[in-house]
Design a binder for this molecule. Structure first.
Ligand SMILES: [Zn+2]
Ligand SMILES: [Zn+2]
Length: 221
């Protein structure tokens, strides 16, 4: 169904609206790739190499490392919005290609993804993070396995402050089966890191020893 929708929609750049490609060359170039010096742990851009940065120091983080392809700016927001709201597979593939161009492939890792956070996605049967994980799995030749689900009854993240988010997400996820030792956890956007850390906690409880987070975009403060 989504593939059909993709076929019949007139192709326009999801960022600037120009007819042609779903992401035109200029907008592709304008996406701000995170290629400079990064915090070793959380992937925040830093002036020089550090093991922990101002953003992640002193926080309990369950993942080994987090990396993202682009800064979550206006252009990235539009791309992610189109891919999430309209469920366009082609865009998830475009996102996977961009991630592949910036983030190094992990050897001997199993890919998994953060489960969808909205009833709407689940009703439609698509999960944006799962689509990105599938695209990366194809490019990196790594298996993609469903390992997590949301626990019912935990409040939504939207509209909460950073501190509230961090408290709210604890216990948000549970593993549906035992996890391999080395897992790449895929999500669309890294905002506070709280969601992926909660997901990593569930994976570690299920047996993962290393959880590396890979997202398409990352909020940069
Ligand atoms: Zn464009
Ligand atoms: Zn950091």
């Amino acid at each position: 169904m989504d593939a059909l929708v993709d076929l019949f929609l007139p192709r326009r750049c999801v960022v600037c609206g120009t007819a042609g490609e779903m992401l035109c060359r200029d907008c592709d170039r304008s996406l701000n790739r995170l290629r400079g010096t990064l915090c070793e742990r959380c992937g925040a851009p830093t002036a020089w190499p550090v093991e922990r940065c101002r953003e992640c120091a002193g926080r309990r983080i369950a993942f080994t490392q987090a990396r993202a392809a682009v800064v979550y700016d206006e252009a990235a927001k539009r791309l992610v919005g189109a891919w999430k709201e309209r469920g366009q597979r082609t865009l998830a593939r475009v996102a996977a290609e961009i991630v592949d161009g910036v983030v190094a492939r992990r050897d001997a890792y199993t890919l998994t993804f953060v489960p969808a956070d909205s009833i709407r996605y689940m009703e439609r049967g698509h999960n944006p993070a799962q689509r990105l994980a599938s695209g990366l799995g194809e490019r990196w030749n790594l298996p993609v396995v469903t390992l997590l689900r949301r626990r019912p009854g935990v409040a939504r993240q939207r509209g909460l402050t950073l501190a509230e988010r961090r408290r709210n997400v604890r216990g948000l996820f549970e593993a549906t089966r035992s996890a391999p030792g080395a897992v790449v956890l895929v999500d669309d956007v890294y905002t506070s890191g709280a969601t992926v850390s909660a997901a990593a906690t569930a994976l570690r409880k299920a047996g993962a020893r290393r959880v590396e987070v890979v997202t398409f975009a990352r909020a940069v403060r």
